[in-house]
Design a protein around this ligand. Structure first.
Ligand code: NAD
Length: 301
């Protein structure tokens, strides 16, 4: 098939490469960053001069972009992709955005052009390994038809159809609200344990072997506890996701006190200049308040 891929960042670069390296598809790519494009061109992709050029003649166009305004611009803007898509082609957005974002795009799509929202989970490591969870919203038949391509990006049994357009984004916001809120709670709980003189490495082992274990904590082994705050998943993107979740709840009339506290924490973290660090760096707010860093001891075995 002919594939267009727009947005070759930390996630998109790996996802595009996994589709390309199957050897089954031709690919045109576009990113605002020339360097990001060149990395894919070295692997056999063709560089395009605009999103529209990447999309022209494509059977499937993927985007992996920071947030809703970027997706709306790339899909519907002046050099946007939607106008250039032929009937029978599919536009798949892999970004984390509001459910309304792809609903708006779908409303503007010409007859015969299908639109799927298809956010992903599993981080940069999952994107590189090609074993992400994909959560798609949109026409079921279209999803089934392109699943072999989606399976190049995700673990086949974790490539899921969630409902109509927007349902994938709802699932993603539910997931990320849980993970990002957990990051805040972990910071408070660990700082309490450390103030009470228990070693952070011991706390980690105990909680990971107990009912408090979580995917968010598992990641601390290589992030917070190791003192490594390189993103991965940038805190600014995490803050965006929590805000998208609280906005969705507000639009539905659903009260969510905890989520709004989490939103305030990530807002504070952005103000503290932590936006370009890993999302786990939200813990630094608590570390600064308590004066104790949550790190493995230097002499750890
Ligand atoms: P990133 O910032 O590393 O990459 C975004 C890319 O989009 C950049 O290369 C940027 O140049 C490009 N871009 C921005 N505007 C553009 C435009 N108008 N035209 C073309 N290219 C444009 O972000 P990322 O970490 O790869 O995340 C991408 C999306 O995936 C986000 O919505 C994020 O929330 C989501 N996500 C990220 C992770 C993660 O672990 N990083 C995990 C799951 C989901």
């Amino acid at each position: 098939m002919k594939i267009g891929f727009i947005g070759l960042g930390r996630m998109g670069g790996h996802m595009a490469r996994n589709v390309l390296s199957s050897g089954e598809h031709e690919m045109r790519v576009f990113d605002l960053s020339r360097a990001a494009m060149e990395a894919l061109v070295e692997d056999g992709a063709i560089a395009a001069a605009s999103p529209r050029e990447a999309a022209t003649g494509a059977d499937i166009v993927f985007t992996s972009l920071p947030g809703p305004s970027d997706v709306l611009e790339v899909a519907l803007g002046e050099a946007g992709v939607l106008d250039s898509l032929e009937p029978g082609s599919v536009y798949v957005d892999l970004s984390t955005v509001s459910p309304q974002t792809l609903q708006t795009v779908a409303e503007s799509a010409a007859r015969g052009v299908q639109v799927l929202d298809c956010p992903v989970s599993g981080g940069v490591a999952g994107a590189e390994a090609g074993n992400l969870c994909l959560m798609a919203g949109g026409d079921r038949e279209t999803f089934d038809r392109i699943k072999p391509v989606l399976d190049l990006i995700g673990e086949p049994e974790k490539v899921l159809h969630c409902g109509d357009v927007g349902a994938g984004s709802v699932c993603k916001l539910v997931n990320n609200l849980i993970g990002l809120s957990t990051g805040v709670v972990l910071g408070e709980a660990f700082s309490m344990g450390i103030a009470a003189k228990v070693d952070p490495g011991v706390l980690f082992q105990v909680v990971m072997g107990s009912s408090g274990a979580s995917a968010a904590l598992a990641q601390w082994d290589e992030s917070v506890l190791a003192g490594n705050f390189e993103p991965g998943f940038a805190l600014s993107l995490g803050a965006k996701d929590v805000r998208l979740a609280t906005d969705l709840a507000r639009s539905l009339g659903i009260p969510m006190e905890m989520a709004n506290l989490t939103d305030q924490k990530y807002t504070e973290a952005l103000r503290a200049g932590l936006g370009d660090e890993a999302s786990a760096a939200v813990v630094k707010l608590q570390e600064r308040r308590t004066g104790a860093e949550i790190r493995y001891a230097d002499d750890r075995e």
